[in-house]
Write a protein that binds this ligand. Structure first.
Ligand SMILES: [Zn+2]
Length: 183
């Protein structure tokens, strides 16, 4: 990767030998590997490692999960908050596993729409709950920095499965509870 990044610096009109850039290829490689480490991690395994039988059958919400990802069209960051809800059907998952799973998907090249769907479907397929809802609000640097959009615009995506898709009142309960977001 280092060679390619050095070539890229030349293409951009830079001198990769100057002091400030001397170790940049190395740093960029390290940083890119960290930001895409989700390719080497298994989100299904993460969820499966902490599933418990439980009679609780009301909505469980993990709110304000911080998301840092990179858009696959420009390889620029997008970041924001993710809210995940599910209504169990005999099984619950250890709460910390949800942000962990979100992070695995976020640390890949993404579009926000697919990220939202992958989170919802992974939870739905793994613990087979009665319903799943996922909302992501994010700011995209490819829009902000390139002047495509106003600096304060957020993109919102959602994915509703099972009862959260079918029942309007259940979906509204979820959306009302996450609207109080500090975001
Ligand atoms: Zn983009």
């Amino acid at each position: 990767m280092k060679d390619i990044i050095e070539k890229l610096l030349v293409k951009l009109g830079e001198d990769p030998k100057r002091e400030g850039l001397a170790r940049t290829p190395e740093r960029v490689e390290k940083s890119l590997k960290f930001l895409t480490q989700g390719y080497e991690q298994d989100p299904v395994k993460t969820i499966s490692s902490a599933i418990f039988e439980e009679k609780y059958d009301d909505m469980i919400i993990v709110r304000d999960i911080e998301i840092f990802s990179m858009c696959e069209h420009h390889m620029l960051p997008f970041f924001g908050r993710c809210h995940v809800a599910y209504i169990p059907n005999g099984k619950i998952v250890g709460l910390s596993k949800i942000p962990r799973m979100v992070d695995i998907f976020a640390k890949r090249l993404q579009v926000q729409e697919r990220l939202t769907h992958q989170i919802a479907h992974t939870l739905y397929d793994t613990i087979k709950p009665r319903g799943v809802g996922v909302v992501i609000e994010a700011k995209h640097m490819c829009m902000v920095m390139r002047g495509v959009e106003k600096q304060n615009s957020y993109a919102t995506t959602s994915s509703m499965l099972g009862v959260l898709r079918k029942s309007l009142s259940t979906r509204e309960e979820f959306l009302r509870l996450v609207q109080k977001s500090s975001f």
